[in-house]
Design a protein around this ligand. Sequence first.
Ligand code: C2E
Ligand code: CA
Ligand code: CA
Ligand code: CA
Length: 280
Amino acid sequence: AKSSGGNRVEFFRPEMDVGVSHRLNLEHEIREALAAQQFRLLYQPQIDAVTGRICGVEALIRWLHPTRGVLPPAAFIPMAEESGLIVDIGNWVLEEAARQRAAWREIGVEDDVVICVNASPLQFRRGTVLPTLLRLKREYGFDSGFLEIEVTESMLMDSAGRMIEDLMAIRQLGVKLSIDDFGTGYSSLAYLKRLPIDMIKIDRAFVNDVTTDPNDAVICTTIIALAHNLGVKVCAEGVEGQEQSDFLRQQQCDVLQGYHFSAPVLPDVVTDMFTSGRRF
Ligand code: C2E
Ligand code: CA
Ligand code: CA
Ligand code: CA
């Protein structure tokens, strides 16, 4: 017997195999989706808190599923990580982001506007990120401010040695590095000194209530001060309202991202923002 939630007891039934076959199915579907080009990247603008200009965009993956509609990352990324397919997805994401960045360069988007790409720890453990970036650099000839890789704190904590070498090499290529979901992972801050980090992204859990919860306000201002003392920029994620935006600007937060400015949108929509010189 297997207990699950409350005081209910579930007994194993043959139907539970559905879970396993569903997973195998999803794995198979993800492979097909890669081949059939069913993945897309949406882009969410990141706003320079001082100038109000778009200083970067975060690439966020979606799956245009043939029967189930547009699937968010939560519907398939966990499975992709479990099966190792995240490595192939991650390579596709890097390639597509680089292609899009080059296209924006063609229409005159300034060199310091980065596309931020989420990377999974497994891509680093398998050692695929650096070779892919080398290939993309040869293909597009980018310099600094083209791509930025977002990694999580927990990733920085595991298997330190090799990972740090890779991160250093990535930085040498002119690719920037940021720490995603800052404040939610391990609390060791030692890596902030050791690693070549360009930006810290404060998790939206702290940003949401920054104007109503004094604890969250202290956390945000402290992270900003800490980062600035180490020469690292700060991005606040999940900015949903004017008050949060005002507060974070007052606190010298460098970059703002969230629904208050824009949801993740199709590349053409961002292109229009770039060409119209839109300010926020
Ligand atoms: P994340 O990296 O923390 O991305 C931010 C998430 O917050 C996105 O969800 C975004 O749509 C959402 N968001 C943006 N502004 C706001 C806001 O103002 N309020 C709220 N409540 N949410 C906001 P999304 O697109 O569903 O992505 C979820 C997660 O999936 C990402 O979290 C990231 O961890 C992962 N992910 C997305 N794309 C990729 C990818 O290409 N590769 C990998 N490995 N993971 C990805
Ligand atoms: Ca992210
Ligand atoms: Ca995040
Ligand atoms: Ca909170």
